[in-house]
Write a protein of this length. Structure first.
Length: 277
């Protein structure tokens, strides 16, 4: 049996070594139609006052917005890292860190603090996102979602002139590297990411059921899972299939590479510009 297992492992190694593809680190250039769409979206948003609260994946998305803006011949977004209410006296795409990773309550609280500082009286559009580390296999997603929904109801009542956008939680990619494949072959696969993604999918399903079609939603997770060919990256766990981050959009399994960040930024521009039409 040991010899059979060794042979199987060697065959797998050979297959994996010979299978190669693009890693998505190259900058993605917009084609003519994409430039036209981006230009129109940037034009619609160039006069808006927007606040985006985030952590590290958010910086990836902002980098993607800059990538797109640099390729547009028309108006640009005034992208500034700030939560100072004084910076909302003119059109701005403001962004800033909110809360602490692994503590979703802290992000809701910090987003509320920023709104209360005066941003809520000036912004046209406001939103924040949880990180993938905020929801894991050990998370009580029912409790997190209830707190989220209650807080968002509170924010909407306090700041009726602001359009709040709901954002699905980003996902992680399943490791398909040599070590992971070999471990799976030997029956030692690490299922942590599968368990974590299952909880993130559960939270996102709650968010979409409550808000999709009723209030603005940016489905970040769905964009992360959609391959360039239009298929959905998903894996089975516990008898169900769950969306996962497409490996071609990430450099470490969670953060977005150049191709991934531009894909997500394009989707964000589309969602936000629809609110200005």
């Amino acid at each position: 049996m040991g010899l059979i297992r060794l042979r199987a492992t060697l065959i797998l190694l050979i297959l994996l070594v010979t299978a190669c593809g693009k890693n998505g680190t190259e900058r993605t250039m917009l084609n003519a139609d994409e430039k036209k769409t981006a230009g129109r979206n940037l034009e619609l948003l160039s006069g808006a006052k927007i606040f985006f609260g985030h952590q590290s994946v958010g910086f990836n998305i902002v980098d993607g917005l800059n990538d797109i803006s640099s390729q547009s011949a028309g108006k640009k977004l005034n992208i500034v890292e700030t939560s100072n209410p004084a910076d909302f006296d003119r059109p701005v795409f403001a962004h800033a860190k909110v809360g602490t990773n692994c503590d979703p309550s802290s992000k809701l609280a910090d987003f509320g603090r920023i709104m209360a500082s005066g941003v809520g009286e000036k912004a046209d559009i406001a939103f924040f996102k949880f990180c993938y580390v905020d929801i894991t296999a050990n998370s009580d997603v029912d409790a997190i979602f209830k707190e989220y929904a209650d807080k968002m109801t509170e924010f909407k009542a306090k700041y009726p002139k602001v359009t709040f956008v709901h954002v699905t939680v980003p996902l992680m990619a399943i490791d398909r590297g040599l070590k992971a494949r070999i471990k799976a072959l030997l029956g030692r696969a690490d299922q942590t990411v599968l368990q974590d993604n299952a909880k993130r999918n559960a939270f996102n399903a709650m968010l979409l059921r409550k808000y999709k079609g009723q209030e603005p939603v940016f489905d970040l997770a769905s964009i992360e899972a959609t391959t360039p060919e239009g298929a959905m990256e998903s894996l089975e766990f516990g008898g169900n299939r769950y969306l996962a981050l497409y490996p071609g959009y990430t450099y470490d399994g969670g953060h977005l590479n150049n191709r991934g960040r531009q894909r997500v930024a394009e989707g964000l521009l589309s969602t936000l510009s629809s609110l200005r039409q």
